[in-house]
Design a protein around this ligand. Structure first.
Ligand code: BGC
Length: 275
């Protein structure tokens, strides 16, 4: 029927769904939150510092026609994570999509790396993903199926090319991302029978505040491009598009996959001419 068809065309990929994005006040998380909002989801914007930045993201999503709300919580803190999930469910009714994105770097040569640098990165990048994924799964299971998606729930874990590429001077960060790979795959295996889809995105070099040093001067950008066969830095929107697809039923049969969005960084570019 033409009417129904027109309505179906107007419908957005994530209409009626509720998403929580951690670390959504800047960089990749900000773009993902906005992308999910533009695709029709109502978005919980998590952040830990920077109320103003979080409010700006919330406003941008609202301006685009979706509901959004900011939720302050440290993803490494169990009580704060649990309080945040409770608040999200109170505000939006439930949760369909978790994008566990919050992450940071505390770089150091290994000889000088402090226990604090190690633990900060592990707590946020890995334990934070454990805590958030666990609460999301508990909510999916508590609530049961609903007709907004074929899956009971979707979890997208933000990893990095450094779940594959060793990274001297960043052993803590690379170890945390390597941990995410097997956390994600183990969760995907365990939870697929419940119709919960767990996947990861592994971004390469994306233009965000985490790696300003790698792209903000012409010399740095040129050096970076020797690592990126596609010849450009990634933009946060490149990751947002991947997240929208992985969160939607378009990827319903994708379970336990890591989607590399890296302009070919993981293709051993040095071997294009060497070897
Ligand atoms: C890191 C960035 C780095 C990129 C590529 C990301 O996971 O956070 O600092 O530029 O990987 O090496």
């Amino acid at each position: 029927m033409p009417d129904q068809e027109a309505r179906a065309q107007r419908a957005k990929l994530l209409d009626g769904q509720i998403a929580l994005v951690t670390g959504a006040n800047s960089g990749i998380g900000e773009a993902v939150a906005q992308g999910l909002g533009a695709a029709g989801a109502r978005v919980a914007v998590n952040y830990v510092v920077g109320d103003e930045a979080a409010q700006k993201v919330v406003q941008a999503i609202r301006d685009g026609g979706s509901e959004a709300e900011a939720f302050k919580a440290d993803v490494a803190d169990e009580a704060q994570v649990q309080a945040m999930f409770k608040a999200v469910v109170e505000r939006f009714g439930t949760l369909d999509i978790l994008v566990a994105n919050a992450g940071l770097q505390r770089d150091s040569a290994f000889l000088q790396m402090t226990l604090q640098q190690w633990q900060t990165v592990m707590s946020v990048n890995l334990t934070g993903q454990f805590l958030c994924a666990r609460e999301a799964v508990r909510e999916f299971v508590r609530r049961g199926p609903r007709d907004v998606s074929k899956a009971l729930g979707k979890i997208i874990q933000m990893s990095s090319v450094h779940q594959e590429i060793p990274w001297g001077g960043h052993a803590n960060y690379a170890a945390s991302k390597g941990g995410i790979k097997l956390l994600m795959e183990s969760l995907a295996q365990e939870l697929a029978p419940r119709k919960i889809r767990v996947n990861a995105i592994a971004p390469g070099a994306i233009r965000t505040p985490i790696n300003t040093d790698a792209w903000s001067t012409p010399e740095a950008y040129k050096a970076l491009m020797t690592l990126v066969p596609y010849g450009r830095i990634g933009e946060p929107e490149d990751i947002a598009q991947a997240a929208v697809w992985l969160a939607s039923d378009l990827s319903d049969y994708v379970v336990g996959a890591t989607l590399f969005v890296d302009g070919g960084m993981t293709l051993f570019p040095g071997f294009a001419t060497g070897g």
